[in-house]
Design a binder for this molecule. Structure first.
Ligand code: KG4
Ligand code: ZN
Length: 339
């Protein structure tokens, strides 16, 4: 399976065997380009995907020691993401599929993030509860089968990674801010109360990060106005704790309600050390086994796309054709496949 990913600022291609074995994994990141603007500029992302896509696909084949004719099928992210960026991957996947006369499978990016764990843990099988935490999404999903996803709750406004990135920007940290917040938090104490009232788990498992982001931004403004030097370590530790604690609490209540014994972490923010360690300890004390991918598989890549596509084709689900279009907003549990 050749996987192609271009939903945001990574142009990626990978070859994966049987949904679990990585034969190659190529990622061309645009982070250094978007750093100049302090965030991803959609048009710039699309143009750079166009420049890189064929090179990245060729490299994925070369690294796997394969020729185009050795590929059985192509999986591509068709949403969610930046429309123009997604279109580059979708168009090239359609072209390869047509030229090679092999099946095309449209993959939901969020479900692909979850599938990263099938690569990392060869014995992992559904059912489990998944937390997808990234720059664009924060969702809690019940995965009852390889092709059965049900969204249990999600953020009603900002994604957790978005809150980290925006707060980091206000502190003058480079894009993407999440890893910097993570590193600074380790040197600080969570002494600042950004919430007036500590949030409790909502019955519908919904989350919200816009209020927290605004509280951090207001705090930073306030400190600057008073001429007080920012304690970036404590701000980071406090933000990190506030953002992560409610996510962990919500996921555990969801897992217990649905009687799931396994929990899977996915998405770029899954790289966050406090999220990983606190979820690990809460899962252990609740008799739940946690699976969290290695850092390399947390952020966007094409290995996860190929894996997700494999499990769709294996179940004989409906394939895509040349009418496939990119879909910028897509529910975490939606996909094009029909049984
Ligand atoms: O999954 P991803 O690569 O792209 C999206 O689909 O959004 O996630 C990127 C997000 C960014 O917001 C980035 O700041 C965040 O993941 N991130 C982190 C860490 N590493 C990446 N957030 C907190 N701690 C980290 N260590
Ligand atoms: Zn992603």
């Amino acid at each position: 399976m050749l996987g192609i990913e271009s939903s945001c600022d990574e142009t990626a291609a990978a070859v994966v065997k049987n949904g679990r074995v990585v034969l190659s994994d190529v990622i061309s990141s645009q982070i250094d380009i978007h750093k100049l603007f302090g965030g991803v500029v959609p048009e710039v992302a699309s143009r750079n995907h166009t420049l890189k896509i064929n090179e990245v696909v060729s490299e994925a084949l070369a690294n796997a020691g394969l020729k185009f004719t050795d590929i059985d099928a192509i999986a591509v992210t068709y949403g969610a993401g930046l429309q123009g960026a997604l279109l580059v991957g979708v168009s090239s996947a359609k072209a390869y599929s047509y030229a090679l006369d092999i099946p095309l499978i449209a993959v939901n990016h969020i479900q692909a993030h979850i599938a990263a764990n099938f690569i990392a843990y060869p014995d992992l099988e559904p059912p489990f509860i998944a937390i997808v935490a990234s720059g664009g999404h924060t969702s809690i999903i019940d995965v009852s089968g390889y092709n059965d996803y049900k969204s249990l709750g999600a953020t009603v406004d900002d994604a957790i990674g978005e809150a980290f990135d925006k707060a980091a920007r206000f502190m003058g940290l480079p894009y993407p801010g999440g890893p910097h917040i993570d590193a600074l938090a380790k040197k600080g104490q969570p002494t600042i109360e950004f919430y007036k009232h500590k949030p409790t788990v909502n019955q519908d498992f919904s989350l919200s990060y816009s209020g927290l982001k605004t509280a951090v931004v207001n705090y930073i403004h306030n400190q600057k106005q008073k001429g007080i030097e920012l304690n970036k370590e404590d701000i980071s530790a406090s933000l990190n704790k506030a953002a992560v604690d409610i996510l962990v609490d919500t996921a555990i209540v969801a897992a217990k309600k649905h009687n799931r014994k396994n929990m899977v972490l996915a998405g770029g923010v899954a790289a966050n050390s406090y999220l990983r360690s606190s979820l690990e300890s809460v899962c252990t004390s609740n008799g739940i086994t946690l699976y969290a991918p290695p850092l390399r598989l947390c952020t966007d890549n094409a290995v996860m796309v190929a894996s997700r596509g494999y499990f769709a084709i294996k179940d004989g689900l409906e394939l895509s054709d040349l009418t496939l279009n990119a879909t910028s907003s897509l529910r975490p549990d939606s996909c094009l496949y029909k049984k």
